[in-house]
Design a protein around this ligand. Sequence first.
Ligand code: ZN
Length: 155
Amino acid sequence: MSALDDLYREIILDHYRNPRNRGELPAPPAVRVEGFNPLCGDEIVLFLEVRDGQVVDLKMTGQGCSIFQASASLMGVAVKGHSVEEARDRLGDFKRLMTLHEAALEGGVAEEPHNLRRLGELAALQGVVKFPVRIKCATLAWNTLAQALEEASPA
Ligand code: ZN
């Protein structure tokens, strides 16, 4: 077990035990979007308030496994207070991380660490791809974010 693995596990456990941005927002002005992962039973209700192209507030309720909870908490921290454009960038980075590693597992495609620095703490979730059944747990909050961004700020 490398020091990096230890760090990643610490980040995931921290966000699982102390989830950020829990709660609800009045909708409107926030948009309210529900997400569900039937494979695991993870569920989320995401509240997202966008004003002048900025994600000014974000809260969530829901329940599920530790990977889902950690990923949802990390997602909220990654996008709250940032622009919609930045939120969409992080969303793309994260989805690419999941896909790249999937591809690497299947076909020996070289891993591309290009976006790991930008991902910051989100990189802690890269180990999830070793367990393909858990990828849907890790991406649920992000897919819900994509829908909320679309409703709050149509591209
Ligand atoms: Zn799950």
